[in-house]
Write a protein that binds this ligand. Structure first.
Ligand SMILES: Cc1cc2nc3c(=O)[nH]c(=O)nc-3n(C[C@H](O)[C@H](O)[C@H](O)COP(=O)(O)O)c2cc1C
Ligand SMILES: [Fe+2]
Ligand SMILES: [Fe+2]
Length: 401
């Protein structure tokens, strides 16, 4: 079967009719997508009524309709469920609503308003669903579960009660296109991509993610069917992972984003890295001139400490550090330990700026080493102590004198 026609049954009378976007390489202009992505849509058929859960990005609308047609006449769709109004999932709403003149769009109250604004769906063709509200398709019920801020304020889950299939849209998603649909078939690439996805999309709303996880788990789904990437027919690994990312213990881990122009700050980073590693801390140095920020974002999910290294440039941190710092501010990681090191030529200024940044995201700056020019032996010894200080904070021991 040509890839464009792939339709997969995931439960009794529930079909995946999504599309793969193999060539997409960037999302929201911050995430690079090594594996592309998919926009998942699901057709749910009861004895009397038919629902389509979510759509796909507008540019793939024809492919979606072609797939729907393989299972049912699109004109027979009674309900179009919009779990999320973002165009990657809702962009083909106009196509579906045109092809199914009797269809009603079901969304959260906020979703209904957004569908009106973003996709010009007339009010009489929409119905707002309350938390816990249900529709009966005939031997198959769809229950709607409020799950706001995963990823926008209007998001909700839909649950096929009799089949135990939970449709979560962005939550539990991963950017990964594959000709295999199920996570257990795709294998080891899925969870790292799900983690990156969580970092960039969900971490800023970690409390909402934690609440959403509880709601999902309470439903005891046998299948979790997200809006991007593989479907989890044994959802335990991804449930456990999100549990860890939202509220599990942070790891004995430190990340060291740094920049250097003439090598001094790099030399310092090497010493701090060696010192932290020597204390048994998993330590990841990132030269930001060659690092994709998304990789850093993924490590922010479970790192205990952020140690920033920057030379002073025009009285403040290097622009690449400023860029990384603004991402740290936006993503609001759970790490509470910070430190700084860097080199300056005359007046300095990077240290104060880095300290302010780390403190603005509730990190305590446990140590700071700012060196004039290249580091000498005494400076390198101070940096080794900085590493030890950060390590002992991480392990919970008292810092050495
Ligand atoms: C473009 C540029 C701007 C700089 N601006 C400052 C500054 O405002 N204040 C200062 O103390 N040093 C300034 N410096 C000096 C560097 O901070 C100093 O050379 C430092 O040792 C570089 O560290 P690195 O070897 O890790 O790049 C500047 C250097 C460059 C190249
Ligand atoms: Fe989204
Ligand atoms: Fe999405």
């Amino acid at each position: 079967m040509p890839a464009a026609c792939k339709v997969v049954q995931i439960a009794h009378d529930i079909h995946w009719v999504g599309v793969e976007d193999w060539n997409r390489r960037s999302f929201d202009a911050v995430m690079d997508l090594p594996y592309g992505t998919s926009y998942n849509a699901y057709l749910v058929r009861g004895r009397e009524k038919i629902a389509l859960v979510d759509t796909v990005q507008a540019s793939f609308g024809d492919e979606l309709m072609q797939k729907v047609r393989q299972v049912v006449d699109p004109g027979r769709i009674d309900y179009l469920v919009m779990n999320h109004a973002e165009p990657d999932h809702a962009g083909s709403i106009p196509v579906v609503m045109a092809a199914a003149p009797g269809a009603k769009l079901l969304a959260s109250e906020k979703g209904v308003e957004m569908a009106r604004v973003f996709f010009q769906v007339p009010a009489e063709r929409m119905q707002a669903m309350q938390d816990g509200g249900e529709i009966d398709l005939g031997g198959k019920r769809l229950r709607f579960v409020a799950a706001p801020w995963l990823h926008w304020p209007e998001t909700m889950f839909s649950f096929a009660v009799e089949d135990g299939v939970l449709f979560t849209c962005d939550f539990f998603g991963a950017h990964l296109a594959s000709d295999l649909l199920f996570a257990d078939e795709v294998g080891g690439a899925v969870l790292p991509e799900a983690k990156l996805y969580y970092a960039v999309i969900m971490m800023p709303y970690a409390k909402m993610a934690s609440a959403g996880l509880d709601k999902a788990v309470a439903l005891q789904p046998s299948i979790i069917a997200p809006g991007h990437g593989p479907v989890w027919r044994s959802p335990k690994p991804v449930i456990d992972a999100i549990e860890q990312w939202t509220r599990g213990p942070l790891l004995k881990k430190a990340i060291i984003p740094y920049v250097t122009m003439w090598g001094s700050t790099r030399r310092m980073a090497e010493v701090v890295t060696a010192s932290l590693s020597g204390e048994g801390i998993e330590t990841i140095p990132y030269d930001l001139s060659v690092t994709d920020l998304a990789r850093l974002a993924r490590d922010l999910v479970d790192t205990s400490a952020v140690v920033m290294g920057s030379p002073t440039v025009l009285g403040t941190v290097h622009p690449l550090i400023a860029n990384a710092a603004s991402m740290v501010r936006l993503l609001r990681p759970r790490a509470r330990i910070g430190a700084f090191f860097g080199s300056y030529g005359w007046g300095g200024g990077a240290a104060a700026q880095a300290k302010a940044t780390l403190e603005s995201v509730k990190m305590q700056v446990v140590d700071s080493v700012d060196v004039k020019g290249p580091p000498g032996q005494a400076d390198l010894e101070r940096l080794a102590v900085l590493g030890k200080n950060v390590a002992s904070k991480i392990t919970g021991a008292t810092a050495p004198e």
